[in-house]
Ligand binder design. Structure first.
Ligand code: ATP
Length: 350
């Protein structure tokens, strides 16, 4: 069982607050991603869970046991936490073959050789590397080495696994297939995983819940669908998926697009004054004949499965993506109409 709790976790380096007031309760068997731009505090948080960094404030618990309590000055050493880890530089030992690499954590626990080999082979089967057991890392591809690192982290049967950008050294195709492999292994073993990434599609596809971070602060914690459809603020809306932000003014129960008071949308959040409308490019329908907003076709980019348009609406350039559209359906300079199928709204500074 690995329920993980972080309560009011802060990490300060001098006057830099790398992590400020991080709170989460992770359920047993849950897959959680920490997602955010470079420098937002993802790795620092992961290292505090692992025990490589001491929190400046707050409590970390696994199940009912405190593993770190800044106020009491209590801190359990990393090797006593029973946590598995795989980092970006997956560092398999070059002079050891696959069996010895994966078996190393068992060796230092004095597991007898025969038992060790049995457990190693089970892990290699899980990561589809059985036939590579005798090879040295230099005889393996990047993805295979990454799976060796994963098998090595899993062999000691940790109930909590921390992964820090483990796919970042792999090419795009391999990254994608490894996503599914990691998810499948996690489900099969029922382990709790904390996965650090700055790649939103990785976080969206693999996670039960995503923690979106920015500048040391948690911006939102939620299921991928909720984060995408109900972003807590403009930063989250912008970081997850694509979005057009259009300045607007909120009055009463309507929000008016800046530049044309005739174009307005509902105001479910009861905003007042300066506001921002947010609409995703794929949630706009284009037409030649009529719609809520008139614009002029500005640019078109053919993407194969879709066309990525820029349409000038009043003073704004709006990005529109249409699946299955033909490149020549619209011509540059042509008048077009846009229907916003889903409009989100935020206060100006939200
Ligand atoms: P990346 O995706 O680039 O790895 P990250 O989100 O993991 O970024 P962190 O490595 O956690 O970010 O860093 C968070 C902030 O803390 C950054 O501003 C970083 O410069 C600062 N920081 C991290 N470690 C230290 C340190 N040892 N001393 C001072 N500042 C640090």
């Amino acid at each position: 069982m690995a329920e993980l709790k972080l309560q009011h976790i802060y990490k300060r380096y001098g006057n830099v607050t790398a992590v400020g007031d991080f709170n989460i309760e992770v359920a047993d068997g849950e897959f959680i991603s920490f997602l955010g731009p470079s420098g937002c505090g993802k790795t620092t948080t992961l290292r505090m869970i692992a025990g490589f960094e001491k929190p400046s404030e707050g409590v970390i618990m696994i199940g009912d046991q405190e593993i770190s309590n800044a106020e009491k000055g209590y801190f359990l050493a990393p090797e006593k936490r029973g946590i598995g880890m795989v980092f970006q530089s997956y560092a398999v030992w070059p002079h050891m073959n696959v069996i010895d690499n994966v078996g190393y954590p068992l060796k230092i626990q004095n597991v007898p050789k025969e038992e060790r080999l049995k457990q190693v082979m089970e892990m290699l089967e899980l990561v589809h590397l059985k036939e590579y057991a005798e090879r040295l890392p230099s005889q393996l591809s990047g993805g295979q080495q990454q799976r060796v690192a994963l098998a090595r982290a899993l062999v000691a049967k940790p109930s909590l696994l921390l992964l820090d950008e483990p796919l970042s050294n792999l090419d795009a195709k391999l990254r994608e297939s490894m996503r599914f492999e990691i998810s499948a292994i996690q489900k099969e073993l029922g382990i709790t995983v904390i996965y650090v990434t700055h790649d939103q599609s990785e976080a969206m596809t693999m996670s039960d819940r995503i923690v979106v971070m920015s500048m040391g602060k948690v911006q939102q914690i939620g299921k991928p669908y909720d984060i995408y459809t109900k972003p807590a603020n403009q930063m989250v809306a912008d970081f997850i998926g694509l979005v057009n932000f259009i300045p607007a003014t909120a009055k009463g129960d309507r929000i008016f697009m800046q530049g044309d008071e005739a174009i307005s949308f509902p105001n479910p959040k009861k905003l007042a004054g300066e506001a921002v409308l947010a609409v995703r490019p794929e949630q706009i329908t284009l037409s030649k004949t009529g719609g809520m907003v008139e614009g002029v076709m500005n640019h078109r980019f053919y993407m194969g499965d879709s066309v990525d348009y820029r349409v000038k609406v009043k003073d704004h350039i709006v990005r529109v993506i249409q699946k299955g559209a033909g490149y020549n359906t619209y011509q540059d300079g042509e008048t077009v109409y846009l229907d916003f199928d889903n409009v989100m709204s935020f206060a100006k500074d939200e």
